[in-house]
Design a protein. Structure first.
Length: 194
């Protein structure tokens, strides 16, 4: 759903929760991440995927859904640069977000009170991101069809020629990056350097 968050039991598949964000005029709910206290954080990229292509009416927001199911907006506005991919960084106690801006995407941290700090920028339309155990951040870019790495002040690409790479996953036991590709509807597994 683009405007409702639905929760399911991990083993049985039974529906366990519904958080309807239509009253908040959600445009495109994108990524969901749980904080250490059970709060769910959700990005609203503020775009519309249509038959005419991607439309940008905006509405950039990050929601917090507390364990008691109350909803609040922790940050909103164009400075969020179309928030998309989302991860909770336990080391810093902050969210890490990848933006889907069509020309210059950002990876930035966001506190639960809305303070923002840019880590780095890229070519545009970042989708998913993952925090690696060694502190590096990897982000998928639709614009240049690649996976970007942010490592302190360094920024480089490690995988190229991907068809709309989306929300990323990491197999920490085997040190592999899982990359869903939107257009072909497949998932690729890539070995990461240690």
């Amino acid at each position: 759903d683009i405007d409702v968050i639905r929760g399911f039991h991990g083993r049985t598949g039974a529906a366990v929760a519904v958080h309807d964000l239509r009253p908040w005029r959600a445009r495109l709910l994108n990524d969901v991440e749980a904080g250490p206290d059970g709060t769910l954080y959700v990005t609203d990229t503020g775009i519309i995927m249509s038959d005419a292509g991607v439309l940008y009416p905006r509405g950039d927001r990050v929601f917090a859904i507390a364990p008691d199911r109350t909803v609040r907006v922790i940050a909103s506005g164009e400075q969020l640069s179309l928030p998309n991919g989302l991860q909770w960084d336990a080391r810093s106690g902050r969210l890490v977000i990848a933006s889907f801006h069509p020309f210059t995407s950002e990876v930035y941290t966001l506190t639960t009170t809305g303070e923002r700090n840019v880590i780095g920028t890229g070519p545009g339309r970042f989708d998913g991101l993952q925090l690696l155990e060694d502190g590096r951040i990897v982000a998928a870019s639709w614009e240049d069809h690649s996976i970007h790495v942010f490592d302190g002040s360094a920024h480089y690409r490690i995988i190229t020629h991907l068809d709309q790479p989306a929300g990323l996953g990491v197999d920490t036991r085997r040190n592999r990056l899982l990359i869903p590709l939107v257009r072909p509807g497949t998932v690729e597994l890539w070995q990461l350097d240690r």
